[in-house]
Ligand binder design. Structure first.
Ligand SMILES: [Zn+2]
Ligand SMILES: [Zn+2]
Length: 216
């Protein structure tokens, strides 16, 4: 007798329990959903600057904008080279034709690096870097060396001068201008080098390159 009573009771007792459970579960479900923590990390990601996290790309030098260079820091070497003949030689810092007495264009040598980050060409060497040497009154002089452009991207190069050739060329010229022709031989000649490409030479564009004027 007791068994059928229990069986009849059990389904009755189960139903309210299950109802109570669902309501108990439903209450915390309503309070649980909180969209705020999801939104916060998104806003934090937006505030992070992307540029600061990127590592620098050090392979290329900084962009070069100069089409010509002067090297007043090498005056001491030239002054030493000609000290026996021209004791009062001085460097004229102004890149100007004012007071010009002598004017001569020739070549020096050097290495160039392409500064364009998008260009794959790293650099090139040239034995025909245009240089214009000018003489002024009272043993003044200066020398302007002209930049070259990358054959691949046409960007201006970063120039590394062959200082020895520069010192020899300039000192030879100022001694010759001083009328001291004891120096007979040119320190070097361009020798065998690829043909001069005028479209990439700033000296040719300025009309002072010996390749343009046909001195060679
Ligand atoms: Zn380039
Ligand atoms: Zn040239």
């Amino acid at each position: 007798m007791s068994q059928p009573v229990k069986t009849s009771k059990t389904p009755a007792s189960i139903v309210p329990k299950s109802e109570g459970e669902t309501t108990a579960k439903g209450a915390p479900f309503k309070s649980q959903p909180q969209p705020k923590p999801k939104g916060q990390p998104k806003s934090k990601k937006k505030t992070k600057p992307k540029t600061a996290a990127q590592p620098p790309e050090p392979t290329k030098p900084k962009g070069e904008t100069r089409i010509k260079f002067m090297f007043p820091e090498l005056h001491q070497d030239i002054s030493n080279a000609v000290a026996g003949q021209i004791p009062s030689l001085h460097f004229t810092n102004k890149d100007s034709d004012k007071g010009l007495i002598n004017d001569y264009s020739t070549n020096v040598m050097g290495e160039f690096q392409c500064t364009n980050d998008r260009c794959r060409k790293s650099g090139w060497g040239s034995k025909r870097v245009a240089i214009r040497i000018r003489g002024y009154s009272n043993h003044g002089y200066n020398a302007v060396v002209y930049n070259q452009r990358c054959k691949r991207c046409n960007g201006l190069g970063t120039f590394m001068l062959d200082q020895t050739a520069y010192i020899e060329r300039v000192s030879y010229r100022v001694i010759k201008w001083a009328g001291l022709t004891t120096v007979d031989k040119m320190p070097y000649h361009g020798g065998s080098s690829p043909p001069h490409e005028r479209e990439f030479c700033e000296g040719c564009k300025a009309g002072v390159c010996p390749e343009t004027s046909g001195l060679y």
